[in-house]
Design a protein around this ligand. Structure first.
Ligand code: AMP
Length: 360
């Protein structure tokens, strides 16, 4: 459903999910004069601290969803595991962006890879797997090493296992909990990069510079911009991002993770939301990915994605957040803390952007 005119300041944006991404969306929305209503099941959701209204309920509580839809002017979401039925229920009552189809494509690794390869864009060789025998056949075709991933609900390396020379199909199948899966060929990449892109209701597209991403234990550690890649590689990545966001008829910000292998740029996965590898935009661009998402879903003109500084974004995981005092004293460092009470191991507690004058 296309809004007939831009939502004016004072309108209410509904956000499904109350984590740090919802929190940073709500902060950006407030900056433009919007109010936010957060829908999340956890009482202590970080986004509640910065929003004017909240609903604490399960994502399948249809009475609560009906009430929420009646109180907001547009709905968006901050994580990709919103049940598709919930998204469809909301879309029948209020403008929802990104739409249900994009969400469903990104929720299922097989649908996602089929969609991307259908556009003629490169993905790792893949095969759907629904039992141990199919896995054995798939290993026969795709070879080793390969990676077995659950079709759904994987994040930060959870729900996946590498199949190397020794591991047999039965072990791998048990390791991922015998859930519907996809076997992927192993990509020997030199770098991981991503594309953070936005698209408005009118089809306008804005794409940020390409960050280079380093992971530790499958969790994003840093994003560096500019990336250490050739200009042609960056152009190719942005072109891929533009093709995907347009083909999904997407409204809002999307994060697309890619591998660079030689001259090839290979799509790994799509996140239908603002993305951790776009947090650097908060301090190196005049319009951050969060503001861009709010602009897009509210029918405002997109902001310029231009980067005015070089930047390294570093995540603060678990008790690393205790370094806040030192980081706060560092010139050129912008600190962002998420207001989470408990610094559990590996939990994303905040991030900081080290910003330097733009060199290239
Ligand atoms: P994902 O959950 O798909 O984002 O995968 C998490 C991480 O595992 C990626 O960031 C890569 O470092 C690695 N990985 C995933 N898929 C592959 C692949 N097909 N080949 C090589 N490494 C991969």
């Amino acid at each position: 459903m296309l809004p007939s005119s831009p939502l004016p300041p004072g309108a209410v944006i509904g956000i499904i999910g109350g984590g740090q991404l919802g929190r940073m969306l709500a902060l950006a929305a407030a900056q433009l004069g919007f109010r936010c209503h957060i829908f999340a099941p956890e009482n202590d959701s970080p986004a509640f601290q910065v929003a004017t209204q909240r609903t604490v309920a399960s994502y399948t509580d249809y009475d609560a969803l009906r009430g929420f839809a009646g109180k907001v002017d547009v709905v968006t979401y901050e994580f990709e595991n919103v049940p598709a039925e919930t998204a469809a229920f909301l879309a029948g009552r209020v403008v929802l962006a990104p739409g249900v189809a994009a969400l469903q494509t990104a929720q299922d690794r097989v649908a996602e890879k089929t969609f991307i390869s259908g556009l003629g864009l490169p993905v790792a060789p893949f095969a759907p797997v629904s039992d141990e025998r199919e896995l054995e056949d798939a290993i026969g075709r795709i070879g080793r090493p390969s990676i077995l991933k659950t079709r759904r609900f994987g994040y930060d390396g959870k729900g996946q296992t590498r199949i190397d020379g020794r591991k047999n199909a039965a072990t791998a199948w048990a390791e991922i909990g015998r859930a519907p899966a996809v076997l992927e060929g192993f990509v020997t990449f030199e770098r991981e990069i991503s594309v953070i892109a936005a698209r408005g209701w009118d089809g306008e597209i804005a794409i940020y510079d390409v960050p280079e991403n380093h992971h530790e234990n499958h969790i994003l550690r840093t994003s560096t911009v500019p990336a250490g890649i050739a200009a042609a590689t960056a152009r190719r990545a942005r072109e891929i991002g533009g093709r995907i966001i347009a083909a999904l008829d997407y409204v809002g910000v999307i994060g697309i993770e890619l591998f660079v292998a030689g001259d090839d740029v290979i799509v790994n996965e799509i996140a239908p939301r603002v993305h951790n590898s776009g947090h650097w935009t908060m301090d190196a661009c005049s319009v951050s990915q969060f503001e861009q998402h709010i602009r897009a879903i509210c029918g405002w003109p997109l902001g310029s994605p231009e980067r005015h500084s070089d930047v390294v974004m570093t995540n603060l995981l678990g008790d690393e957040v205790n370094a806040w005092r030192k980081l706060a004293a560092e010139p050129g460092t912008a600190l962002h803390l998420y207001g989470k009470a408990e610094a559990r191991r590996g939990r994303k507690m905040g991030h900081f952007n080290r910003v330097t004058p733009r060199q290239a």
